[in-house]
Design a protein around this ligand. Structure first.
Ligand code: N7H
Length: 463
């Protein structure tokens, strides 16, 4: 299901051949191997990197692969991207430059983890010891991606050690495209000005309901764009066309999630566990938004990209009758829920998501290898996680139909913290506070990385 239609090549204003493919297009894949590595010899690494540079997939190629895929033709090997942590950058660039980068990036994901509500004790060792970089290798199946990853590891073998591997795999059969709780993922994604084609008369939207966002929210320019376009100017030259990559290894406790829905759907005055699950997420498992279809799933609506994202919350659902304020998609992208003067607040904290599930259905250690791209980790990924999802008072200033103030509760799906009580409204509009939920999602690792532009990667190999 396309979440964006692209402009014809002649109208694209972004330097697609300079930006790594996963950033704007999300390297399409059934399987993805994440090779986390340490650099033991920086000079040699530059030379070895040169030998795989031609294999790195940039957005122009990723766009062609995606268009071919939509036309039914799929390549077995789908892409390679490479990104570096603060530790890796310090080995390759002057430290004084690196210090100018996003403060959370410079601190590192492990240092930031407690502020996000993670317990470092839950993190796998390689992530707490610091990695220098990652290769993202995607393919049509696990064997292809793993084979390709193996050959890239061989090419870098004199200058790096593999510290850790993650194996992402799209679920099979009817669950294809669905994450482990069973919900279709990748339905809503911001459109990008200069890349995403407006499909209606409204030039500010891609598909109906998909706002077009300044590219400077996701990649460092400078671009040929109007003033006031956001943080498009990088703090150092070599960051042009780069993007911060947030990686989070999120374990999902599917048994606990299902049991909670089963045990509490009656208390929540919902007709079934699926109904409660839909109202905690804001979409049915099919992807159909509860804002449009609050009482029952609608597979036809879910499969229609011109309708499955075409909704707003604010005026349409000011007392949370159709989509609770606590629902995951309303907490993480509140659309028009803000009153003036914060009207544009939602669009200031967008991310491009490019994650993939990990673990088989019958394994306890399964979940989501969450990936997001942005130009500010502080104002985008971390803001969404800490100021919105983990914050029980967000969104603020809302009431029931009879004027009772609502304390929303944290995002029960992926928010971290306590208490884990969600506020919903019953059919009469009165407030219902759900029983405390266990933590369904646990961070078991993470890394903050930088996906460099083509020129910076190329210059690295010269120096
Ligand atoms: Fe979320 N889930 O299965 O319940 N997410 N998410 N997410 N998420 C979304 O539109 C999920 C996580 C966002 O534009 C959907 O793709 C799970 C983190 C944002 O309307 C579903 C986990 C963060 C959106 C899930 C998880 C976000 C979004 C609806 C963890 C950021 C788009 C399908 C294991 C900090 C909202 C879709 C919009 C959508 C789920 C994590 C953010 C089903 C299971 C960590 C911005």
């Amino acid at each position: 299901m396309p979440v964006q239609a692209f402009l014809p090549d002649a109208q694209v204003t972004l330097p697609l051949s300079e930006i790594q493919g996963d950033v704007l297009i999300a390297l399409k894949k059934n399987a993805e191997v994440f090779v986390f590595f340490g650099i033991s010899d920086a000079a040699r690494f530059r030379r070895e990197l040169a030998s795989i540079l031609d294999d790195v997939t940039f957005c122009d190629q990723a766009k062609r692969i995606e268009e071919d895929k939509q036309a039914g033709h799929i390549e077995p090997f789908l892409g390679l991207n490479v990104a570096f942590s603060v530790h890796g950058l310090r080995k390759l660039f002057p430290s004084a430059d690196v210090d100018k980068l996003d403060p959370s990036f410079v601190a590192g994901a492990d240092v930031q983890a407690p502020a996000l509500g993670d317990k470092l004790a839950d993190w796998l060792a390689p992530y707490t010891q610091g990695v220098d970089g990652v290769l993202l290798v995607t393919g049509i199946d696990h064997a292809t991606a793993a084979d390709q990853a193996e050959s890239f590891v061989r090419a870098l073998r004199h200058s790096t050690q593999v510290l850790h591997l993650e194996h992402g795999l799209v679920r099979s059969g009817a669950q294809k495209g669905h994450e482990h709780f069973g919900f279709l993922d990748g339905v809503s994604q911001p459109g990008v000005l200069g890349l995403t084609r407006p499909t209606t008369a409204d030039p500010t939207k891609g598909l109906p309901g998909q706002d077009l966002v300044e590219p400077g929210e996701f990649i460092f320019g400078p671009f040929d764009q109007e003033e006031g376009a956001g943080p498009a100017t990088p703090p150092v030259d070599w960051m042009q066309n780069a993007s911060y990559l947030v990686f989070r290894r999120l374990r999902q406790d599917v048994g606990a999630f299902d049991a909670y829905l089963q045990d509490n759907f009656t208390a929540a005055e919902k007709t079934s566990p699926e109904h409660l699950g839909a109202h905690l997420v804001g979409r049915w498992k099919s992807g159909a938004p509860t804002l449009v279809t609050p009482e029952r799933d609608d597979a036809v609506l879910a499969a229609d990209p011109t309708r499955n994202n075409d909704f707003d919350f604010g005026a349409a659902d000011s007392h949370q009758a159709a989509c609770p304020f606590v629902a995951h998609i309303r907490k993480t992208y509140p659309r028009d829920d803000f009153d003036p003067p914060l009207k544009d607040e939602s669009e200031k904290h967008r991310i491009l998501r490019a994650g993939i599930p990990f673990g088989a259905d019958d394994e306890a250690d399964k979940g989501l290898l969450f990936v997001s791209y942005q130009t500010s980790i502080v104002d985008q990924f971390e803001f969404i996680q800490t100021k919105w999802a983990n914050n029980p008072n967000f969104i603020f200033g809302k009431t029931t139909t009879n004027g009772t103030p609502i304390t929303t509760g944290l995002d029960v799906v992926m928010g971290q913290g306590a208490p884990r009580t969600a506020a919903m409204s019953d059919p009469a509009g009165d407030l219902l506070t759900l029983p405390d939920a266990p933590q369904f999602v646990t961070a078991t690792g993470g890394a903050y990385l930088l996906s460099l532009g083509r020129k910076a990667l190329h210059d690295l190999t010269l120096g």
